[in-house]
Design a protein around this ligand. Structure first.
Ligand code: PLP
Length: 400
């Protein structure tokens, strides 16, 4: 019989009762080091006192009023995001897919209102992941996810990730923009080179296209800067954010330059829950932590420390680990083809460590941004043991 909870996920048989910082406990008292952070989402850790207090206080006042009224918490969060980013204006929603869906609409609207309704196509990248709604699935372009859901939404042209010649060749008079994750997350923790991002910016300027960044996974401090594109010294025209922005509370956002945002007038786009007082109170509390002096430096430092630790795994377990890739605290262990990332994920769970599988046989390591160097070391120690569980017997004997 089908479970009451629709079986859209292959779930591990683990149920967590409480969390603290980077740690989670099951009801029967088993403790796990959470280096998956709910798929790169619990940005400031579990049970952060400031976030918990803020949510509890706001919930006791008012949670939801709708966007028929002013929402001071949303105004404040938008102002702070504008102050700290390229954007002039922000739209709030509830998830990454919803943010991307709105971002795609914003790009199309910009060209339509500028007298070019024929420019609605987006150049996207092989290996991308932008969400599960119909348009974001089409932007994702993965046949496996699209199968069975009817004709894909039109308007998305895919080219190889990192190939500037292919991008330029794909631009036509119907192209509206380029949509890219600065680091492909689900697709295998693959960073775009900073030069490639700069080249994309240049091509957008040259052809009058909008650069639309999906920073759902890379944003809100995960890369060691507030937004990953800042490493390349470029600015997008529009950007999506979700995951870490609410620290575990559902919140998404579209951040846009005025030239794009000006066309999203009343009636063009909306969301009943988007930007409600509770979600935005949570967003403000997360920002308080992430914008505190020294916090992003901490992320950068601990990320480099973790990177070095993961590189050690490659040296000690060459039969298991092929390499380390990613940026900041969005890191991936590329595994040997003989070792499956889901087996590695299960081996890590057996050692008390939570991680997330990603495409291209990569094990994603994306802890809360508040981890200490000691916790990074502990994760490497647990991964060491997980590697031993998977090392073919001969290699294990040789290593001893
Ligand atoms: N964009 C990126 C880069 C993502 O990693 C994800 C989720 O993994 C999404 C969009 C979709 O976000 P959500 O699951 O909140 O709809």
């Amino acid at each position: 019989m089908i479970p009451a909870l629709m079986p859209t996920y292959n779930r591990a048989d683990l149920a967590f009762e409480r969390g603290e910082g980077a740690w989670l406990w099951t009801a029967d008292g088993r403790r796990y080091l959470d280096f998956g952070a709910g798929i790169a989402t619990s940005s400031i850790g579990h049970n952060n006192p400031h976030l918990v207090k803020t949510i509890a206080e706001q919930a006791a006042k008012v949670m939801h009023v709708s966007n028929l009224y002013r929402v001071p918490q949303a105004e404040r969060l938008a102002e702070r995001l504008v102050e700290t980013s390229f954007a002039d204006s922000v739209f709030f929603c509830n998830s990454g897919a919803e943010a991307n869906e709105g971002m795609i609409k914003a790009v199309r609207k910009y060209h339509a209102e500028s007298g070019h309704p024929e420019r609605f196509r987006m150049i996207c990248f092989e290996g991308a992941f932008h969400g599960r709604t119909l348009a974001t699935l089409a932007a994702t372009g993965n046949e496996k996810y699209l199968a069975g859901f009817g004709p894909p939404v039109d308007g998305f042209d895919h080219v190889p990730f990192g190939n500037m010649n292919a991008v330029r060749a794909a631009i036509t008079e119907r192209t509206a923009g380029i949509m890219i994750e600065p680091v492909q997350g689900e697709g295998g923790v693959r960073p775009a080179s900073l030069d490639f991002l700069r080249e994309l910016r240049r091509a957008c300027d040259e052809f009058g296209l909008l650069l639309a960044l999906d920073e759902v996974q890379t944003g809100m401090g995960r890369s060691g800067k507030l937004w990953a594109h800042q490493w390349a010294g470029i600015e997008p025209d529009v950007m999506s954010s979700a995951k870490g922005i609410g620290g575990g509370f559902p919140l998404g956002a579209i951040l846009a330059k005025e030239k794009v945002a000006q066309y999203l007038k009343p009636g063009t786009h909306g969301s009943t829950f988007g930007g409600n007082p509770l979600a935005c109170a949570a967003g403000n509390a997360v920002l308080d932590v992430i914008l505190a002096p020294g916090f992003l430096d901490h992320v950068d430092r601990v990320a480099r420390h973790l990177w070095r630790g993961l590189l050690g795994l490659k040296e000690r377990h060459p039969a298991v680990v092929e390499g380390v890739q990613g940026a900041g605290l969005l890191l991936g262990l590329k595994l040997k083809p003989e070792v499956s990332n889901t087996d590695m994920q299960a081996a890590a769970v057996a050692e008390g460590l939570l991680t997330v599988a990603a495409g291209q046989n990569v094990l994603r390591v994306a802890p809360p941004l508040i981890i200490t160097e000691e916790e990074a070391d502990e994760a490497v120690r647990l991964l060491d043991r997980a590697c031993l569980r998977l090392t073919p017997e001969k290699a294990k004997e040789a290593a001893q």
